[in-house]
Design a binder for this molecule. Structure first.
Ligand code: XMP
Length: 317
């Protein structure tokens, strides 16, 4: 029978045999899959694993620093790359969701390749691909299906002449989490909500600017921290905020305001293919809305998304 410990034992032994003394490069995303893949590889080959974590300027507030810290705490040899400006540059003026995804995916490969090239004699690319990723990429199911590519560094293995190693490609998500638990990976990482590769770029409708990212990071942090302190976070499959390209009239003191609208979204799901909106308590929504409007300059209205998937998607872009 399958157990996390037996999986770890066999996989580490196999990785050792397969990789020997070669060097492996792997992109970390802060998510469950890449983190578990990294720790398994680290157990097998130690310092010969070179992990790279890219700040694309589209992560959650303080995410880059916090996640980098916890990776270092796990003993991983990880390089953090601040590429915020490069991503903002290629996104300038882009409004179309698929164009934004393409620009981000392309830049990610550039940045990752530039870092990987600094590692002398690297032979392998490690990836956190899990079993459903493989199924999804062969089935046809709409725009976001083409894009799981973020974690999978498309095209790079051939370009750099790297062999690919994917230690999790027989596992489902819940099995990955169990393996992660056995490896004593922090619950903060294992319990994370899924977060899309293009990050906040597909939650800022229309074009991206650093100012909009800053506004959305503040809103998102209030919402997510609120879910955590209210004990609701673990009951929700995924949550986040969208910055709408819409201004609405409001009033602050005696002044009329004309500011941005944000939408909050929280869903229950098993695999992201279908989803129901979460009936968050009214008191929680009221408190969150007040906090956002009072604290975040540039936002004067909060709405809650009550659409299910299908026909709506989880993300707005
Ligand atoms: P949708 O919006 O299609 O999202 O209902 C389903 C799940 O996929 C995530 N998602 C993405 N993940 N790159 C990713 O890595 C993407 O371009 C992308 N688009 C959507 C979304 O966050 C949800 O978990």
């Amino acid at each position: 029978t399958w157990t996390p410990d037996s999986f770890i034992e066999t996989t580490v032994a196999e990785l050792k045999a397969q990789i020997g003394n070669d060097k492996v490069v792997l992109g970390l995303s802060g998510g469950v899959d890449s983190s578990v893949a990294a720790v398994l590889l680290h157990q097998a080959i130690g310092k010969n694993l070179y992990a790279i974590f890219v700040d694309n300027g589209l992560l959650r507030k303080d995410e880059f620093e916090e996640v980098l810290e916890s990776y270092k705490g796990m003993g991983l040899n990880v390089t953090g790359v601040d590429a915020k400006q490069d991503f903002y540059d290629v996104l300038t003026g882009l409004k179309d969701p698929e164009q934004k995804r393409k620009a981000i995916g392309g830049k990610f490969i550039d940045v990752f390749q530039a870092e990987a090239n600094k590692i002398q004699g690297v032979k392998w690319l490690g990836q956190g691909t899990i079993y459903p990723d493989i199924i999804e990429s062969v089935s046809v199911k709409g725009p976001s299906a083409t894009i799981k590519s973020h974690h999978n560094v498309g095209g790079l293995p051939e370009k750099m002449d790297l062999k690919v190693v994917e230690p999790l490609n027989t596992l489902f998500k819940d099995e990955v989490r169990r393996v992660g638990k056995s490896l004593e990976i922090d619950d903060k990482i294992l319990g994370r909500h899924p977060f899309p590769g293009p990050g906040l770029a597909i939650r800022i409708l229309s074009d991206i600017t650093p100012e909009k990212v800053d506004i959305l990071q503040q809103v998102d942090a209030i919402f997510i921290n609120g879910l955590k302190t209210s004990g609701l976070y673990d009951d929700v499959w995924q949550a986040g905020a969208m910055l709408l390209p819409v201004q609405s009239v409001g009033v602050m003191g005696d002044e009329r305001t004309y500011e941005n609208v944000v939408a909050l979204r929280a869903v229950h799901s098993l695999d992201g293919m279908t989803a129901d909106w979460v009936h968050l308590p009214y008191e929680f929504l009221a408190e969150t809305s007040n906090k956002i409007i009072n604290k975040v300059k540039g936002v004067n209205r909060v709405v809650y998304d009550i659409s299910s998937k299908p026909p709506a998607t989880i993300e707005w872009e």
